[in-house]
Design a protein around this ligand. Structure first.
Ligand SMILES: *[C@@H]1O[C@H](CO)[C@@H](O)[C@H](O)[C@H]1NC(C)=O
Ligand SMILES: *[C@@H]1O[C@H](CO)[C@@H](O)[C@H](O)[C@H]1NC(C)=O
Ligand SMILES: *[C@@H]1O[C@H](CO)[C@@H](O)[C@H](O)[C@H]1NC(C)=O
Length: 380
């Protein structure tokens, strides 16, 4: 359990000149273009970092539709929606900035039908992973295979809604497919000490990571077969630096747990190769690599430069020196200024952190998002 500290000086997130004021050409009152299609859509896959409420509809132990989650989410007036943060997820903020009329709605919500799906659909699920077995301790969650199955249902709904030719064009040109997944495969599968659930007892890190990447290759290829062309795939963040890990391992505030970060970095190196391979092999598709690990590490290491008071203590949570043991809920203690915490709860970044992360993905350079950023991906 050593220190993982970075001392190199990366460009400051806030020093970027942010492009604001998006083109809202041809916008009709209902948010559609003159061809009847949305101006932009996000199809969001992943775990609790981007779940917008799917787990509300599952019998699961992983839920965020309890106060004070969502307290800063303007669209709901501060009531919880199932997002695992105080405000917006990175997926929400990217959608806003790219001119989507509405946030992508959770696939499992009953009103996610008809024209509402022209803003995109969110399939992400707290506890979900690339591998089917990941997150079993939560009893239920949508794993990535199932999320792709559900997109296949949306795909047919789009054909019915606007006709096959327009649906295809809409998916290929106007839709961004984001995939934020993999952390749970380590935290809630490989590293779990429970022998009957964790895979570590039988597999080397290399074998496990191979397995993850083979499944992810198949999942991304299936999305391609269903007409997805513009992809952004996040790598796994520094999961050894979350308040939960720091608390249970009784670290100092500037220390991180080695093993989870090592596994994340090992996976991330291989993910980059996989995306290069898919960029070569899947004709007409663009796979953008989002370097979430370095982005979050920069925020954690230099939190004070970005206006945060702490990157180790959860705003909402209880237990230990970083409020990192008991998840956020109605009886949790809450910090005074939510915009001063990088972490909202023991696992998830705050709205304030998500804003900085999203801006880098939208406008950042190839250190963080390659071969192009999301604004460039949209314009392709
Ligand atoms: C769907 O229902 C949810 C929850 O009741 C609500 O937040 C959302 O605004 C609704 N969306 C639409 C498009 O009606
Ligand atoms: C994972 O679950 C999905 C959906 O139930 C299934 O289609 C797929 O074959 C499973 N994958 C493996 C490797 O078991
Ligand atoms: C989508 O669903 C159809 C059945 O409705 C199936 O034949 C097809 O293989 C599925 N495609 C993918 C990529 O899963």
């Amino acid at each position: 359990m050593g220190m993982t500290r970075r001392t190199n000086t990366l460009p400051l997130l806030y020093s970027l000149i942010l492009v604001v004021g998006l083109l809202k050409y041809n916008a009709n009152a209902d948010g559609t273009d003159d061809d009847g299609l949305g101006q932009g859509a996000s199809f969001i896959f992943g775990d609790s970092l981007v779940d917008a409420g799917n787990n509300n509809y599952l019998p699961t132990l992983s839920r965020a539709n309890i106060r004070p989650n969502g307290i800063d989410f303007a669209a709901s007036g501060g009531t919880p929606t199932g997002r695992y943060t105080n405000g917006r997820t990175i997926g929400d903020i990217v959608g806003e900035e790219l001119g989507q009329p509405n946030y992508a709605l959770p696939f499992l919500a009953p009103n996610t039908t008809g024209k509402a799906i022209l803003s995109g659909v969110n399939y992400a699920s707290g506890g979900g992973g690339i591998l089917n077995a990941t997150g079993r301790i939560f009893v239920n969650r949508l794993s990535m295979d199932i999320q792709v199955d559900y997109f296949n249902i949306t795909r047919k709904q789009l054909d019915q809604l606007v006709g096959p030719a327009k649906a295809r064009n809409f998916l290929m040109k106007k839709s961004i497919f984001s995939i934020t997944i993999g952390a749970n495969d380590f935290l809630n599968n490989y590293m779990l000490p429970v022998l009957s659930i964790g895979a570590r007892i039988t597999e080397s890190p290399d074998g496990f990571i191979d397995d993850m990447l083979n499944h992810l290759r198949n999942q991304l290829t299936r999305l391609y077969q269903l007409d997805a062309r513009k992809f952004v795939i996040g790598n796994v963040g520094p999961i050894g630096c979350i308040p939960y890990q720091k608390t249970i391992n009784q670290l100092n505030q500037d220390q991180c747990v080695d093993l989870p970060n090592k596994l994340a970095k090992q996976y991330n190196g291989r993910l980059k190769d996989l995306l290069a391979e898919l960029n070569d092999n899947l004709k007409g598709a663009t796979f953008v690599h989002a370097n979430v690990y370095d982005l979050v590490m920069e925020l954690i290491t230099n939190y004070d430069k970005y206006g945060f008071a702490t990157a180790s203590r959860a705003c909402c949570g209880n237990g230990g020196q970083f409020a990192g043991i008991v998840p956020c809920g109605p009886t949790s203690s809450m910090c005074g200024d939510r915009s001063k915490h990088v972490f909202w709860d023991p696992y998830h970044p705050s709205d304030a952190a998500n804003v900085l992360l999203a801006k880098q993905l939208l406008d950042g350079d190839t250190q963080y998002v390659s071969p192009m950023n999301l604004r460039q991906l949209k314009e392709l």
